[in-house]
Design a protein. Sequence first.
Length: 91
Amino acid sequence: MKLARIAKPLRSVQVRVMLAGDLNASLERYARYYEHVHGDAVDPRMLIPEILHAFLEADREFHSWSRSGCDAQPCGGTGPLSANGIVKAQP
């Protein structure tokens, strides 16, 4: 399991997000998987911040971009777009 046990109570922050039906079903299955692995039942919504955190921590290109200072100022040039419309990094 890529998601570690939730070690502390999460801060309350309201975020509104719409999930497609299949994504919501997967999130509910993942909550059951979390319970199977860790023995603790968890509301699927509580997993969303943890999953997002794990995803961002694992994204090496994001960390490289962030260290380059491009998040604080516009960086010149664009690369090819991925299927979701995000500019891909040039090799």
